[in-house]
Ligand binder design. Sequence first.
Ligand code: HEC
Ligand code: HEC
Length: 159
Amino acid sequence: MRNSTLFGALVAAMALSLPAAAVQDQAIPEDDLGLSKASVYDTPEPAAFEYGDKDAGTVGKRAARSYNTAPPMIPHTTKDMVPITRDSNLCKDCHVQPDMIGQKITPGIPVPVPASHYVDVKKGELYMGRWNCIQCHRPQADVKLLVESVFDKKAAHKK
Ligand code: HEC
Ligand code: HEC
């Protein structure tokens, strides 16, 4: 039984290595190796980009998540809200609203920080390890995607 499994694995490995050997003979052009569409020996200047400048509450829409459990991107500007210090955190003023968890959030209303961010949700006591919001949440810039995310939240939750 064990021998036949081993033999099967060998045949499978040989079958797999055949097309790989054929592909190895073809050289990939330097311009096709990376995502930048330039030779890998060049140091291309990345295109300049700017973050969105819409004020919080005026965007009214949330960004699609890139994968399950991804920290959502910040859809509004963070200008004048950073740096976040131990004593000053404007994000907290709008988003730390434990009473709003589970409520229907209409566009323009700050999305409440989820229960995972608290030490004690009832007391509204934020976990200090989450104090620096921009450690995980980042504002969005309108740039051309190099690789599009095909993550589908609904499909991912069906499994
Ligand atoms: C003046 C209130 C206000 C402040 C201050 C604020 N936000 Fe927001 N935030 C909002 C509102 C309102 C939304 C919903 C989208 C909109 O209309 O702009 C939002 C959306 C978000 C979202 C998207 C949530 C999701 O599920 O898609 C994140 C993340 C976020 N903010 C993080 C932050 C961080 C981090 C800071 C601090 C740098 C911050 N916000 C400061 C009001 C605020
Ligand atoms: C260590 C990383 C981390 C830090 C720091 C952090 N978050 Fe999050 N946040 C996440 C992740 C991951 C999620 C999505 C999963 C979840 O619900 O826990 C999330 C979800 C959210 C959401 C969306 C809730 C929803 O229902 O869609 C908001 C709003 C938010 N965080 C705001 C904040 C604010 C404001 C701060 C700072 C006080 C903060 N976060 C700090 C990782 C972080």
